[in-house]
Ligand binder design. Structure first.
Ligand code: CA
Ligand code: CA
Length: 228
C-alpha cells in the first residue's frame, strides 16, 4: 500500500477526492464568470450592446405672467431656464408658450375684438432656435398666440425596446447638450379695438396672460429580462 492509499484508502476513494478537489475549484470560478456576464447584460457595463427597454419620467416647469395692456402697449415676458431648475439627469423636451386674452368689454360685438401680435425670441437661450411670430384675437377660447420649440427630437415619453446598441449610446441620444438654458423672451403687443365713435370709453385695454411650459424628462434604460 503506497502513501496515497494510506491517506485516502482505496484507488476509488482517491479518484473521488481528486474529482471533489477539481470541482471545488472549477465550480466557484464558473459562477464568478457567469455573474460577471450577467452584470454586463443588466447594464452595469454601459458599453455592452444588448436589448434594452427605454422609458421616461416626465414633469413640467411652468411660469405665468399677466399684465393689463392699453392699445399699442407691449409686455415683455422673460423666462430664464437654468440647470438649477432641473434635477440631475433631467433633459429638456419642449418649450411651449401660450398667450391668452379675453376681450369682453365691447358688449359682445365680435368685430371690435382686441387682438395681439406676439414674437418669441430664443436668441438668449443655448441652441439654434429661430424667432417665431404669431397672433390672434382675444376670444378667451383658443390661445391668441402659441409657440412651441422642440428640444428633444422625436420625444413622446413612450417606452420602447431597442437592441444592438449600448446603454451609453441610448443615454447620449437623449442628452439635450445643455440646449434651451438661458433667457427666452415673449413680447406681446396689444391691439385694442372698440366700437367706432365710442372708444376709448367702452374698451381701452385688455389683460393678457403669457404661460410658459417647459417639459422635462429623465431616461431609464434597463436590460430586457429575456436577454440575460
Ligand atoms: Ca375690444
Ligand atoms: Ca378690451
Amino acid at each position: 500500500m503506497d502513501l496515497m492509499e494510506k491517506l485516502f484508502g482505496t484507488q476509488r476513494a482517491i479518484t473521488i477526492w481528486v474529482v471533489t478537489v477539481i470541482f471545488a475549484i472549477v465550480f466557484p470560478a464558473y459562477f464568478m464568470t457567469m455573474a460577471g456576464s450577467m452584470d454586463t447584460a443588466s447594464g452595469n457595463s454601459s458599453g455592452a450592446k444588448g436589448e434594452w427597454q427605454v422609458s421616461f419620467t416626465e414633469s413640467t416647469l411652468t411660469f405665468e405672467e399677466t399684465a393689463s395692456l392699453s392699445d399699442g402697449e407691449t409686455l415683455d415676458s422673460f423666462y430664464e431656464l437654468t440647470d438649477d431648475m432641473l434635477d440631475e439627469g433631467q433633459q429638456v423636451a419642449f418649450v411651449n408658450v401660450t398667450v391668452q386674452c379675453k376681450d369682453n368689454d365691447d358688449l359682445g360685438v365680435p368685430t371690435t375684438r382686441d387682438a395681439v401680435d406676439a414674437t418669441l425670441d430664443p436668441s438668449g437661450a443655448e441652441g439654434e432656435f429661430s424667432e417665431q411670430s404669431d397672433g390672434g384675437i382675444c376670444n378667451g377660447g383658443d390661445p391668441a398666440a402659441f409657440f412651441s420649440y422642440e428640444i428633444a427630437a422625436n420625444y413622446s415619453a413612450t417606452t420602447y425596446i431597442v437592441n444592438g446598441v449600448s446603454k451609453q449610446s441610448i443615454l447620449d441620444g437623449w442628452d439635450d447638450q445643455g440646449q434651451a438654458r438661458g433667457e427666452w423672451l415673449c413680447s406681446v403687443t396689444m391691439d385694442v379695438n372698440s366700437a367706432p365713435g365710442l372708444e376709448p370709453f367702452i374698451d381701452s385695454d385688455e389683460d393678457v396672460t403669457v404661460s410658459w411650459s417647459v417639459t422635462v424628462f429623465t431616461v431609464e434604460v434597463s436590460a430586457v429580462a429575456g436577454e440575460l
